[in-house]
Design a protein around this ligand. Structure first.
Ligand code: S3P
Length: 233
């Protein structure tokens, strides 16, 4: 399908032609505008997006950006690592020491399911900051997709991630530079599966603005989007 970009202003409505529409958009009514010689499909914003997940490697800013994003949207903020600590009564480092990574991954997956379940049940809107490894676990991208949760990958150059993690403690998987780099390289293909990617090597407020501009939040951009299907001959 070929798309063209244009904005049409009418007396009382503004119709924006969008060139890229996320797969969650629903096609609404089709109608003809003979003067434009185009067939237009009105595409309504999906009103039901109420949860967004932030993925990304250690040090990518998931917690900082997630908390700010939630504040701006007036949505609840869920930090998956914090949920794990609350549920286990252990700091993440202690959990790794006592139970090991495989048990951590089981608890992480269970807490993600529980957090989403509660959010959907209560009808609350929420921003979820995943752990650095959550989205890289087998089945996680598929699970979030099946739940209809858009995933935003906070992407920063490895040097930035390293610099940030060097000065922070409490990350059992940050052992040394070479294993950090290797783990990052191993996980990159998973992060690429995210629905959206934003550059998170900048001020958190700028990252939040970029996320708000992705077009996934019902109230962030009130424009109606119109897809030009094909010119009529
Ligand atoms: C992990 C990242 C951590 C935490 C745990 C495991 C990982 O989260 O979930 O230490 O596998 O990369 P942050 O990315 O928030 O540090």
């Amino acid at each position: 399908m070929s798309h063209c970009a244009a904005v049409f202003s009418f007396t009382s409505i503004r119709i924006q032609i969008s060139t890229s529409l996320p797969h969650r958009y629903q096609i609404g009514r089709a109608f003809q505008l003979s003067t434009l010689n185009c067939k237009l499909l009105v595409v309504a914003r999906t009103p039901s997006i109420s949860v967004v997940a932030l993925a990304g490697f250690m040090g990518s800013g998931k917690t900082t950006v997630g908390a700010q994003l939630a504040r701006q949207l007036a949505w609840r903020f869920i930090d998956l690592d914090e949920r794990i600590e609350d549920a286990s009564g252990l700091r993440i480092t202690e959990f790794f020491e006592r139970h090991g990574e495989p048990s951590f991954r089981l608890l992480e997956a269970a807490q993600l399911r529980a957090a989403l379940g509660r959010t959907f049940e209560t009808g609350e809107s929420a921003v979820i900051a995943l752990g650095g490894g959550t989205y890289a676990q087998a089945g996680a991208p598929e699970f979030l997709r099946a739940q209809g949760v858009p995933v935003v990958w906070l992407d920063s150059p490895i040097e930035t991630l390293l610099a940030r993690c060097m000065i922070m403690t409490g990350r059992p998987l940050f052992r040394d530079e070479s294993s950090f780099r290797a783990l990052h390289a191993q996980r990159l293909p998973s992060y690429h599966l995210a629905d959206f990617r934003v550059d998170s090597a900048r001020e958190p407020s700028l990252v939040v603005s970029d996320i708000l501009r992705l077009g996934i939040f019902p109230n962030a951009d009130p424009n109606t989007h119109v897809l030009v299907e094909e010119p009529q001959t």
